[in-house]
Design a protein around this ligand. Structure first.
Ligand code: GLC
Length: 476
């Protein structure tokens, strides 16, 4: 089977969040003798692009309404990622350092989708399945189905995976003329809330909808994302599949980003040695338990609670604990976190930015990882933490609910129900008690390290789903 994954991010090529980790690892585990997997993302101005070799396999001109953009398709030549990587280079729109947050994001991602479809349609072999990820690729199922230009792909089934339903790629009908020609009888498929909604369009037009955890699928039927009734309508073609992780990249025994590698047998010493190094950098005492937060600083991740969590916890537990925060995002939250630096120096530190190596080191060094998310479609941090023997402290929501069970219920982590400072501090109190009981904490750490969250089984689940929708397409 020939599978195309199309998305906005792919680790290690271009990463903002977990979307990149998934698109950079699921394809690797799907690639086999029988399954040829190709990944297509835009060509941003990233280090990976400049430091690796590519060959141009196609060039063309795409039409976005009245605008024409030249584009080329670059194939990574070494194949070292474990799948074929194709970058769509549209110099005027993507030759920039960041992935998102430009004023012309709608034009950028629409052009990307058009270029991808132009290229795939023109190839000599057509794929068996097109797997789209999030709203940046949400118009592909529509265009493929209704634009005569892509007739050749008309019967190729599409699947949309929703990594985050809060972002939907919404724009007004004034920009309808950007889309390649289609019979206006189908215009209603694009509409949600009187606008063109890319995610809603994908949900309507794709043959299969998946969310990145079963609990998130249940939640989006009633949660506050504006698409609740649409989700209810497509229940029959929806499935929640829990993400996996790349256990080659996330392996404390072999991780090249760590100076001291360790296993479940050597965790006690291994974690302490890693912690000693990290604490030297961040001016903290390694004898104290280390609580960390790693991630984007947005309200949906509960990051707005962090400044208050830091001040409350360090007031209640005085000098007993250390807190380290790694992330960037909302400038207001960043500033608040920076302001606390001088007040709690010695017990608290923050790295404002994105640093993959530091993230690995922090998982290895921390005793507990704080994940106070308001919304968490899957969450990969808790799975990385478990693998590194770091105990997750999570709010019971989405994928966190599907992966973490409280240790008092014989589980692998610490859970609470509210995204509130009180609930998080209460969990930290229980964590601190647990930390003092060496035997108990080690048992829970080791339990976490032995859980298998690799893509091995999950990637197969997707293949089965592909086969199912391919079979259905032939039936109809
Ligand atoms: C998004 C979600 C996160 C999920 C990731 C990968 O970043 O917010 O919960 O783990 O995508 O699917």
């Amino acid at each position: 089977m020939e599978i195309f994954h199309i998305g906005a991010e792919c680790y290690p090529v271009a990463k903002v969040g977990g979307l990149a980790d998934v698109i950079g690892s699921l394809p690797k585990y799907q690639n086999s003798e029988e399954n040829k997997v190709r990944v297509v993302i835009p060509c941003y101005q990233t280090t990976f692009r400049s430091e690796n070799d590519f060959e141009c396999v196609h060039w063309g001109k795409l039409k976005l309404g009245n605008f024409n953009f030249p584009f080329s398709v670059l194939k990574e030549t070494s194949n070292k990622l474990g799948f074929e990587l194709y970058l769509i280079e549209i110099p005027e729109l993507f030759d920039r350092p960041n992935i998102y947050n430009y004023r012309d994001d709608i034009e950028r991602f629409l052009s990307f989708q058009i270029a991808a479809l132009d290229w795939i349609t023109g190839r000599s072999s057509i794929p068996d399945i097109i797997h789209c990820h999030d709203h940046h690729t949400g118009l592909i199922p529509f265009m493929k189905k209704y634009c005569p230009k892509y007739d050749k792909l008309k019967n190729i089934p599409t699947l949309i995976t929703i990594h985050n339903g809060l972002y939907q790629g919404i724009f007004t009908f004034n920009k309808l003329y950007y889309l390649p020609e289609f019979d206006l009888i189908n215009i209603k498929e694009l509409e949600w809330g009187n606008c063109i909604n890319s995610l809603a369009t994908a949900i309507k037009c794709a043959d299969q909808v998946t969310t990145v955890s079963p609990s998130y699928l249940n939640e989006i039927n009633h949660s506050d994302n504006g698409l609740e009734t649409l989700f209810q309508r497509v229940r029959h073609k929806s499935k929640g599949i829990l993400n996996g992780i790349d256990t080659d990249v996330w392996d404390p025994e072999k991780d090249p980003m760590l100076e001291i590698n360790y296993s479940a047998e050597t965790i006690d010493d291994g974690k302490l040695k890693n912690k000693e190094q990290l604490c030297t950098v961040f001016n903290m005492n390694p004898a104290k338990p280390l609580f960390s937060f790693i991630g984007r600083l947005y309200n949906e991740k509960g990051a707005d609670l962090l400044p208050k969590i830091v001040s409350t916890a360090l007031t209640i537990f005085k000098e007993e604990i250390n807190i380290l925060i790694l992330g960037y995002g909302d400038v207001e939250i960043e500033n608040q976190l920076k302001q606390l630096l001088s007040i709690y120096s010695g017990n608290y530190n923050a790295y404002i930015g994105y640093n993959e190596e530091l993230a690995h080191k922090t998982y290895a060094s921390s005793d507990f990882i704080l994940i106070p998310s308001r919304v968490e479609p899957c969450g990969l941090n808790q799975m990385y933490a478990l693998r590194y023997g770091t105990i997750p402290i999570v709010r019971r929501t989405g994928g966190l609910k599907d992966t973490i069970v409280d240790f008092e219920d014989n589980g692998n982590g610490i859970c609470h129900d509210q995204a509130s400072v009180e609930d998080v501090c209460d969990s930290m109190k229980r964590a601190l008690d647990l930390y003092k009981n060496k035997e108990n904490i080690n048992q829970i750490r080791i339990k976490g390290m032995t859980i298998d969250h690799s893509w091995k089984n999950v990637s197969q689940e997707y293949i089965e789903l592909y086969n199912l929708i391919i079979a259905k397409t032939y039936e109809s």
